[in-house]
Design a protein around this ligand. Structure first.
Ligand code: PEP
Length: 241
Protein backbone atom coordinates (compact mmCIF):
# COMPACT_ATOMS: atom_id res chain seq x y z
CA UNK A 1 0.00 0.00 0.00
CA UNK A 2 1.23 3.50 -0.84
CA UNK A 3 2.33 5.59 2.12
CA UNK A 4 1.05 9.14 2.63
CA UNK A 5 4.12 11.25 3.39
CA UNK A 6 3.88 14.86 4.53
CA UNK A 7 7.38 16.32 4.57
CA UNK A 8 8.67 19.74 5.58
CA UNK A 9 11.84 20.98 3.90
CA UNK A 10 13.47 23.55 6.15
CA UNK A 11 16.32 24.25 3.73
CA UNK A 12 19.00 26.46 5.42
CA UNK A 13 16.76 27.47 8.32
CA UNK A 14 16.67 26.81 12.08
CA UNK A 15 19.42 26.43 14.64
CA UNK A 16 19.30 23.51 17.09
CA UNK A 17 17.49 25.69 19.63
CA UNK A 18 14.92 26.80 17.06
CA UNK A 19 14.44 23.21 15.88
CA UNK A 20 13.62 22.02 19.41
CA UNK A 21 11.20 24.89 19.94
CA UNK A 22 9.51 23.99 16.66
CA UNK A 23 9.14 20.33 17.67
CA UNK A 24 7.53 21.23 20.97
CA UNK A 25 4.99 23.62 19.39
CA UNK A 26 4.35 21.37 16.42
CA UNK A 27 3.64 18.34 18.58
CA UNK A 28 1.15 20.24 20.72
CA UNK A 29 -0.81 21.24 17.60
CA UNK A 30 -0.89 17.79 16.05
CA UNK A 31 -4.20 15.96 15.99
CA UNK A 32 -4.59 12.20 16.14
CA UNK A 33 -3.94 11.36 12.52
CA UNK A 34 -4.46 8.20 10.60
CA UNK A 35 -1.53 5.84 11.22
CA UNK A 36 -0.70 5.59 7.53
CA UNK A 37 0.26 9.30 7.43
CA UNK A 38 4.00 9.73 7.89
CA UNK A 39 5.52 13.04 9.00
CA UNK A 40 9.04 13.87 7.85
CA UNK A 41 11.19 16.89 8.70
CA UNK A 42 14.08 17.67 6.35
CA UNK A 43 16.27 19.61 8.75
CA UNK A 44 19.77 21.08 8.40
CA UNK A 45 22.56 18.59 9.28
CA UNK A 46 23.38 20.51 12.47
CA UNK A 47 19.87 19.99 13.89
CA UNK A 48 19.39 16.31 13.02
CA UNK A 49 21.21 14.85 16.05
CA UNK A 50 19.39 16.86 18.68
CA UNK A 51 16.03 16.31 16.94
CA UNK A 52 16.43 12.54 16.91
CA UNK A 53 17.16 12.61 20.65
CA UNK A 54 14.38 15.05 21.56
CA UNK A 55 11.46 13.83 23.65
CA UNK A 56 9.22 15.64 21.16
CA UNK A 57 10.73 13.82 18.18
CA UNK A 58 8.64 10.64 18.64
CA UNK A 59 6.57 9.71 15.59
CA UNK A 60 8.47 12.11 13.34
CA UNK A 61 10.90 10.83 10.73
CA UNK A 62 13.99 12.82 9.83
CA UNK A 63 15.45 13.58 6.44
CA UNK A 64 18.78 15.05 5.47
CA UNK A 65 19.06 17.48 2.58
CA UNK A 66 22.08 15.91 0.90
CA UNK A 67 24.31 12.82 0.80
CA UNK A 68 27.58 12.17 -1.02
CA UNK A 69 28.05 9.04 -3.12
CA UNK A 70 31.43 8.14 -1.58
CA UNK A 71 31.64 6.72 1.94
CA UNK A 72 34.55 8.95 3.02
CA UNK A 73 37.40 11.02 1.65
CA UNK A 74 38.51 14.42 0.45
CA UNK A 75 35.10 15.93 -0.34
CA UNK A 76 35.03 19.17 1.62
CA UNK A 77 31.55 20.24 2.64
CA UNK A 78 29.87 16.93 1.79
CA UNK A 79 28.27 14.34 4.08
CA UNK A 80 28.29 10.54 3.98
CA UNK A 81 25.53 7.97 4.44
CA UNK A 82 27.12 6.58 7.63
CA UNK A 83 27.21 10.09 9.16
CA UNK A 84 23.46 10.35 8.58
CA UNK A 85 22.39 6.87 9.71
CA UNK A 86 24.32 7.45 12.96
CA UNK A 87 21.86 10.32 13.60
CA UNK A 88 18.87 8.03 12.94
CA UNK A 89 17.92 9.73 9.72
CA UNK A 90 15.47 7.79 7.51
CA UNK A 91 15.20 9.87 4.34
CA UNK A 92 17.37 12.11 2.22
CA UNK A 93 16.20 14.76 -0.25
CA UNK A 94 18.07 14.42 -3.54
CA UNK A 95 17.80 16.44 -6.76
CA UNK A 96 15.98 19.44 -5.28
CA UNK A 97 15.80 22.19 -7.89
CA UNK A 98 17.84 24.52 -5.64
CA UNK A 99 20.66 21.95 -5.61
CA UNK A 100 20.39 21.56 -9.38
CA UNK A 101 20.25 25.33 -9.97
CA UNK A 102 22.80 26.69 -7.46
CA UNK A 103 25.15 23.76 -6.83
CA UNK A 104 25.50 22.15 -10.23
CA UNK A 105 23.65 18.90 -9.51
CA UNK A 106 23.02 16.90 -12.67
CA UNK A 107 20.82 13.87 -13.33
CA UNK A 108 24.01 11.79 -13.06
CA UNK A 109 25.12 13.11 -9.63
CA UNK A 110 21.53 12.89 -8.42
CA UNK A 111 21.51 9.23 -9.45
CA UNK A 112 24.82 8.54 -7.66
CA UNK A 113 23.58 10.20 -4.47
CA UNK A 114 20.36 8.18 -4.50
CA UNK A 115 22.24 4.89 -4.99
CA UNK A 116 24.47 5.80 -2.02
CA UNK A 117 21.38 6.60 0.08
CA UNK A 118 19.84 3.20 -0.67
CA UNK A 119 23.14 1.43 0.02
CA UNK A 120 23.01 2.95 3.50
CA UNK A 121 19.38 1.96 4.08
CA UNK A 122 18.08 5.50 3.58
CA UNK A 123 15.07 6.32 1.40
CA UNK A 124 15.74 8.99 -1.23
CA UNK A 125 13.10 11.67 -1.79
CA UNK A 126 13.86 12.23 -5.47
CA UNK A 127 12.80 15.71 -6.67
CA UNK A 128 11.91 16.38 -10.28
CA UNK A 129 10.30 19.39 -11.91
CA UNK A 130 10.28 21.69 -14.91
CA UNK A 131 11.17 25.38 -15.08
CA UNK A 132 8.75 28.09 -16.18
CA UNK A 133 10.39 28.43 -19.59
CA UNK A 134 10.25 24.65 -20.13
CA UNK A 135 6.58 24.68 -19.17
CA UNK A 136 5.83 27.63 -21.45
CA UNK A 137 7.56 25.80 -24.30
CA UNK A 138 5.31 22.76 -23.74
CA UNK A 139 8.26 20.61 -22.63
CA UNK A 140 7.03 19.57 -19.17
CA UNK A 141 6.42 15.89 -19.94
CA UNK A 142 9.71 15.43 -21.83
CA UNK A 143 11.72 17.13 -19.07
CA UNK A 144 10.10 15.08 -16.32
CA UNK A 145 10.40 11.77 -18.16
CA UNK A 146 14.10 12.42 -18.86
CA UNK A 147 14.77 13.31 -15.20
CA UNK A 148 12.98 10.13 -14.10
CA UNK A 149 14.76 7.86 -16.59
CA UNK A 150 18.25 9.23 -15.88
CA UNK A 151 17.74 9.53 -12.13
CA UNK A 152 16.46 6.01 -11.64
CA UNK A 153 19.24 4.06 -13.39
CA UNK A 154 20.18 1.06 -11.17
CA UNK A 155 17.85 2.23 -8.39
CA UNK A 156 15.72 -0.02 -6.19
CA UNK A 157 12.16 1.25 -6.70
CA UNK A 158 10.98 -0.53 -3.55
CA UNK A 159 12.82 2.06 -1.42
CA UNK A 160 12.00 5.36 -3.05
CA UNK A 161 9.82 8.46 -2.75
CA UNK A 162 9.42 10.91 -5.63
CA UNK A 163 8.47 14.58 -5.29
CA UNK A 164 7.06 16.41 -8.30
CA UNK A 165 8.04 20.03 -7.74
CA UNK A 166 7.42 22.40 -10.65
CA UNK A 167 10.19 24.98 -10.22
CA UNK A 168 7.86 27.87 -11.10
CA UNK A 169 5.68 26.97 -8.11
CA UNK A 170 8.49 26.76 -5.51
CA UNK A 171 8.55 29.66 -3.09
CA UNK A 172 6.56 31.81 -5.52
CA UNK A 173 3.05 31.52 -4.08
CA UNK A 174 1.88 30.06 -7.42
CA UNK A 175 0.56 26.56 -6.84
CA UNK A 176 0.27 24.16 -9.71
CA UNK A 177 -3.45 23.40 -10.20
CA UNK A 178 -4.16 20.21 -8.25
CA UNK A 179 -5.56 18.58 -11.40
CA UNK A 180 -2.44 19.43 -13.39
CA UNK A 181 -0.15 18.09 -10.62
CA UNK A 182 -2.26 14.94 -10.52
CA UNK A 183 -1.85 14.53 -14.29
CA UNK A 184 1.96 14.93 -14.21
CA UNK A 185 2.25 12.58 -11.25
CA UNK A 186 0.25 10.02 -13.24
CA UNK A 187 2.82 10.38 -16.04
CA UNK A 188 5.66 9.89 -13.55
CA UNK A 189 3.96 6.74 -12.24
CA UNK A 190 3.57 5.39 -15.77
CA UNK A 191 7.40 5.44 -16.04
CA UNK A 192 7.93 3.34 -12.91
CA UNK A 193 8.30 -0.42 -12.55
CA UNK A 194 6.90 -0.20 -9.02
CA UNK A 195 3.51 1.51 -9.20
CA UNK A 196 3.35 1.68 -5.38
CA UNK A 197 6.07 4.33 -5.05
CA UNK A 198 4.72 7.28 -3.04
CA UNK A 199 4.76 10.42 -5.19
CA UNK A 200 4.45 13.82 -3.53
CA UNK A 201 3.56 17.23 -4.88
CA UNK A 202 5.65 20.25 -3.82
CA UNK A 203 5.31 23.95 -4.59
CA UNK A 204 3.64 26.59 -2.39
CA UNK A 205 1.64 24.05 -0.38
CA UNK A 206 -0.26 25.70 2.52
CA UNK A 207 -3.04 24.82 4.91
CA UNK A 208 -5.43 26.61 2.54
CA UNK A 209 -4.73 24.30 -0.43
CA UNK A 210 -3.73 21.00 1.20
CA UNK A 211 -7.24 19.48 1.14
CA UNK A 212 -7.62 20.00 -2.59
CA UNK A 213 -4.13 18.65 -3.31
CA UNK A 214 -4.56 15.56 -1.14
CA UNK A 215 -7.98 14.82 -2.70
CA UNK A 216 -6.24 13.96 -5.98
CA UNK A 217 -5.98 10.21 -6.56
CA UNK A 218 -2.37 10.15 -7.80
CA UNK A 219 -0.93 12.41 -5.08
CA UNK A 220 0.46 10.53 -2.07
CA UNK A 221 1.74 13.41 0.00
CA UNK A 222 3.43 16.79 -0.13
CA UNK A 223 6.88 18.31 0.22
CA UNK A 224 6.43 21.68 1.89
CA UNK A 225 9.03 24.45 1.96
CA UNK A 226 8.15 27.86 3.42
CA UNK A 227 4.97 26.78 5.20
CA UNK A 228 6.83 24.05 7.11
CA UNK A 229 8.86 26.63 9.05
CA UNK A 230 5.88 27.64 11.17
CA UNK A 231 4.90 24.85 13.59
CA UNK A 232 1.22 25.81 13.74
CA UNK A 233 0.86 26.10 9.97
CA UNK A 234 2.75 22.87 9.33
CA UNK A 235 0.58 21.08 11.92
CA UNK A 236 -2.52 22.34 10.07
CA UNK A 237 -1.12 20.87 6.86
CA UNK A 238 -0.38 17.53 8.51
CA UNK A 239 -3.87 17.53 10.10
CA UNK A 240 -5.57 17.90 6.69
CA UNK A 241 -8.96 16.25 6.31
C1 PEP B 1 10.44 23.23 -1.75
O1 PEP B 1 11.41 24.00 -1.76
O2 PEP B 1 10.62 22.00 -1.78
C2 PEP B 1 9.12 23.83 -1.74
C3 PEP B 1 8.12 23.10 -2.12
O3 PEP B 1 9.03 25.14 -1.31
P1 PEP B 1 7.68 26.01 -1.09
O4 PEP B 1 6.68 25.13 -0.39
O5 PEP B 1 8.12 27.16 -0.27
O6 PEP B 1 7.19 26.40 -2.45
Amino acid sequence: MKKIIIAGNWKMNKTQKEALKFLQEFKSNLEEVNGTREIVLCAPFTALGIMSKSQYGGGIRLAAQNIHWEDKGAYTGEISGAMLTELRVNYVVVGHSERRQYFGETDETVNLRMIAAQNHGLTPIFCVGESKSQRDAGETETVIINQIKRGLVNLDQSNLVIAYEPIWAIGTGYTCEAIEANHIIGIIRSQLLNKEVSIQYGGSVKSSNINEIMAQPEIDGVLVGGASLDPVEFARIVNYQ
